[in-house]
Design a protein around this ligand. Structure first.
Ligand code: FE
Length: 341
């Protein structure tokens, strides 16, 4: 394994303590999610089961690391965001199927892999951030409405090559076909206020500053901005917009997941399965979703008051594994259209 990969990891507990331990009372987790987002419910898991969770926080390079470690990987389970990352792990043959009536009961089929290779735990919708006064609710009912002449020079977005936009486009390909998806990207590009740059929050700043009227963004960033005491100017960005939840053709709004999976060479299989099951339970679902302003994947678990205040919507019920299959086509379309250029 390269030095670079090692450097991209921050050790939650002393890594050496994993080596060769087959203790019945622990589970080793590689997490793309930051410790402050997950510690609370992992502690709850340990309290309930007596199983200790050793977390290695991975900002990037999780797949490369697990691949390099091969059979000797200490990782029993992974926690990450976006269907593209979960499918990449599955496609690289680094995961193993988990069969669990509890996971089947708690997680709707569209948000888990058909063979149990990964499981969605929280939902985030990719929606439209619209200026409170400059855009009317009924002007954007579908993602296709963004290509109307009315929005010429009014749209801001991050790079078309980012996983979030590629997943949205892959969903578009699945619903309407490649040709229609390409036309949509062309229309979107011709309405851009500026070349794609910055993250989802930077687009909301641009709306506040009058550079554009609408942007594409994931729902939870609104909560991160609304509650940002470290950078209070973000509260003002948030205050200039509201969320609109467009439909994708005959489907609901495009949603993505954060999720978990068991690694192919997990040593603590039973404990890893128990952890996944715990994460799908009502108690963990509520804590997990609230921490990051997301939606619980388990039906019937209440949304937080803040998330509820943004409005309700119908999420698309297309299986994310199906959407992930169009990922390459989506990348190709972004290149053909030269979306970022
Ligand atoms: Fe994000």
């Amino acid at each position: 394994m390269t030095h670079k990969i090692l450097k991209s990891f921050i050790f939650g507990t002393i890594f050496i303590s994993f080596a060769g331990t087959l203790s019945a009372k622990e589970v080793n987790l590689y997490s793309y999610r930051q410790p402050f987002l997950i510690n609370q419910f992992l502690n709850q898991f340990t309290k309930q089961t007596g199983i200790k969770v050793n977390v290695v926080y991975a900002k990037k390079g999780m797949l490369e690391r697990i691949k390099a470690e091969g059979r000797n990987t200490p990782a029993d389970a992974v926690l990450t965001v976006d269907i593209s990352r979960l499918s990449a792990l599955a496609n690289a043959d680094l995961l193993q199927p988990v069969s669990s009536p509890i996971l089947h009961k708690n997680i709707p089929p569209q948000f888990r892999h058909p063979d149990g290779l990964w499981f969605g735990l929280t939902l985030r919708a990719r929606v439209v951030y619209a200026h409170k006064n400059r855009v009317q609710d009924d002007e954007i009912m579908t993602y296709s409405d963004l290509t109307k002449p009315r929005f010429k020079g009014k749209i801001c977005t991050r790079s078309g090559k980012h996983a979030y936009n590629l997943s949205l486009l892959a969903a578009f390909v699945d619903e309407k076909g490649e040709k229609a998806a390409e036309d949509w990207v062309r229309g979107l590009k011709s309405n851009l206020a500026r070349r794609p740059k910055g993250n989802d929050r930077a687009q909301v700043k641009a709306i506040k500053e009058g550079l554009c009227d609408v942007s594409l963004g994931n729902t939870y960033y609104l909560g991160k901005m609304e509650t940002n005491d470290k950078s209070p100017e973000q509260k003002e960005w948030a205050n200039s917009v509201r969320l609109l939840f467009p439909k994708l053709g005959g489907r609901g709004t495009h949603v993505n997941i954060s999720g978990a999976a068991m690694t192919k060479y997990a040593k603590n299989k039973l404990n890893a399965k128990k952890l996944l099951e715990f994460l799908s339970s009502s108690v963990a679902q509520k804590m997990y979703a609230e921490q990051n302003f997301e939606y619980p994947v388990k039906p019937g678990v209440a949304w937080s008051a803040r998330v509820k205040s943004w409005g309700t919507f119908l999420p698309s019920d297309v299986n994310l594994a199906t959407i992930a299959k169009h990922r390459l086509k989506a990348t190709k379309i972004m290149d053909i259209v030269n979306f970022d250029g």
